[in-house]
Design a protein around this ligand. Structure first.
Ligand SMILES: [Zn+2]
Ligand SMILES: [Zn+2]
Length: 65
């Protein structure tokens, strides 16, 4: 289980969408040649190895509120 970055509730790791708020748990790889969807907690793209930047500011704002 992991915390949803949007609503903060526990949702299944690897789930496509949060069970509670319906937001996607995948972000797109920033490598334009790759662009594969990656689980938001991955540190690197599993396809091309590019480091994934999380939307940490957004996540922190939601968790602190
Ligand atoms: Zn959620
Ligand atoms: Zn990639």
């Amino acid at each position: 289980m992991t915390d949803c970055p949007y609503c903060g509730k526990q949702t299944f790791v690897g789930a496509e969408k949060c069970d509670f708020c319906g937001m996607t748990m995948f972000i797109q790889c920033e490598n334009k040649r790759c662009g594969e969807p990656q689980f938001f907690e991955n540190e690197k793209c599993t396809v091309c190895g590019k480091a994934i930047k999380k939307a940490e500011k957004q996540i922190n704002i939601i968790r602190n509120s």
